[in-house]
Design a protein around this ligand. Structure first.
Ligand code: FDA
Length: 315
């Protein structure tokens, strides 16, 4: 129920106006968002890198309503790529197609994303295209597929809550597309997504195994493919334990997969996995358009709200 409520609020303009002006909310955001500028993101990534955690940086924004905003977002990604290179930070980038104009015009969006991927490839970096709601899934996979034929430096995300994801995973891995598997963060109808969490979890484990089996060879392999570790994006210890056990059982080397988690979530688990010798990548968002991202984080764990509000009033 609370999940639905926060996901509903993530689209509400009046709730956005209220919450973005509400002081405790701004403090809560600081837990999940590295700051407003690329410099803030770099500072956060440096700390993570020093602890052996790599990153993927997201310039916050989605569902833009005019072309200038989309072009500015692409420009900001080019600048982010330059800054990451200059700083020597170990970080990819993550972006959302609706931030680069997908809802305005497919070809316009493709041109914007191509500019970013071209630069990422030239700099030896990598772009992960986040997956949004199911009204965007087909167009996202089509665009990623088109650019993957031109560039190695692009991959995308599949959501275990969708019935279709197993089929998509097979098609994408066959096309050499690097995949991040997550559970899924949007509100979807029962004809598209498993309504029960237990089924989402079971599908995540099933797809993790499939992805581990099919992940492309590591960097030292002579196949000529880009290194494509399977990315398992979850904070759920049961999912992580299942992946570790499966990899051990099948003798899948650790460089063939990595765990990904969100900035500010289960930090101790991230550090523990690094200590155990697993690769960990943190998703580090920055920017001022934090509202929908933040509401999805509350939807995932509504207890966050009481934690923050009680801390605020205790001061
Ligand atoms: P689950 O929700 O079952 O949570 C397991 C445990 O993790 C909780 O009990 C709690 O301890 C902790 N936890 C989880 N979320 C938390 C939060 N917000 N705050 C505090 N604790 C929390 N989704 C999508 O639709 N498209 C995408 O492109 C991406 N990209 C993405 C990248 C990365 C790196 C991650 C980690 C996640 C995404 N997601 C995403 C979000 C994903 O779909 C999912 O909503 C969240 O990861 C929460 O699911 P868990 O797998 O963590 O399990």
């Amino acid at each position: 129920m609370l999940r639905e409520f926060f996901l509903f609020l993530s689209h509400s303009r009046s709730a956005q106006a209220f919450i973005t002006g509400f002081p405790p909310a701004r403090q809560m955001v600081a837990r999940f968002v590295a700051g407003e500028t690329v410099g803030d993101a770099i500072r956060a990534i440096r700390v993570l890198n020093a602890e052996g955690i790599t990153a993927t940086t997201d310039f916050l924004g989605e569902s833009v309503t005019n072309r200038d905003e989309a072009i500015r977002a692409a420009d900001q990604y080019l600048c982010t790529l330059d800054e990451l290179t200059r700083s020597g930070c170990r970080s990819h980038i993550s972006l959302k197609l609706t931030q680069l104009g997908l809802d305005l015009d497919y070809d316009f969006c493709l041109r914007n994303v191509r500019r970013v991927v071209e630069k990422a490839q030239a700099l030896g970096n990598f772009v992960c295209v986040d997956m949004e709601s199911t009204s965007h899934t087909d167009r996202t996979l089509r665009l990623v597929g088109e650019l993957r034929r031109e560039f190695d430096a692009i991959g995308t995300v599949l959501q275990a809550y969708l019935y279709r994801s197993e089929k998509d995973l097979i098609a994408l891995t066959e096309a050499g597309v690097r995949i991040r598997l997550c559970k899924g963060a949007y509100k979807e109808p029962p004809d598209k997504a498993f309504p029960r969490k237990a089924d989402v979890d079971a599908n995540f484990i099933k797809l993790s195994k499939l992805l581990l089996d099919r992940s492309a060879p590591g960097p030292n392999d002579a196949s000529g493919k880009i290194p494509a570790p399977a990315a398992l994006a979850t904070h759920d210890e049961k999912m992580i334990a299942a992946a570790k056990a499966y990899a051990a059982e099948k003798g899948i080397p650790r460089e063939r997969f990595e765990f990904q988690m969100l900035y500010g979530v289960r930090r101790e688990l991230q550090e523990q996995l690094v200590k155990e010798g697993f690769a960990v990548r943190a998703y580090v968002p920055y920017g001022t358009h934090w509202y929908p991202y933040f509401m999805r984080r509350l939807a995932e764990r509504p207890a966050n709200v009481w934690f923050f509000v009680s801390n605020y009033f205790r001061r």
